[in-house]
Design a protein around this ligand. Structure first.
Ligand code: ZN
Length: 129
């Protein structure tokens, strides 16, 4: 799945596209792994509410500020983005039951852009069990 991000940091809801991929796979029971191959992007699952999306980005800024003297910034300028990606992780796994990803009412799947804007790729792997 290709994603074009438009700002430096943002949460992009990809739940509908994951649901569609599970539906198109025909898998009724199994697992769905959503991953990204980028070192400055992440996959997370949480509630898609505007205030919370801003709180998540605010938390990342507080925990890992952009302007600190990071060693990686001697050869690049985005150490904060890598560190935030380490914190959030590069994949999530959800069960598939009755042909649908098992998510709670308030759970959405996000790609998190941490060093945008860029063109990004998310991989969805569905395994039948
Ligand atoms: Zn870098």
């Amino acid at each position: 799945m290709d994603i074009k991000t438009t700002t430096q940091t943002e949460l992009i809801d990809i739940t509908d596209r994951v649901r569609a991929a599970v539906r198109e796979s025909g898998v009724k029971d199994g697992i769905c792994v959503i991953s990204t191959r980028h070192s400055t992007g992440s996959i997370i699952i949480n509630e898609n509410e505007r205030g919370l999306r801003n709180d998540i980005l605010g938390m990342l800024e507080n925990l890992i500020p952009e302007n600190k003297s990071y060693a990686h910034n001697q050869i690049d300028n985005n150490a904060h983005a890598h560190l935030r990606a380490v914190l959030l992780g590069m994949s999530e796994t959800v069960p598939v039951e009755d042909g649908h990803p098992v998510l709670g009412t308030w759970q959405s799947i996000f790609f998190v852009e941490l060093d945008g804007p860029r063109k990004r790729t998310v991989n969805i792997k569905i395994v039948e069990s």
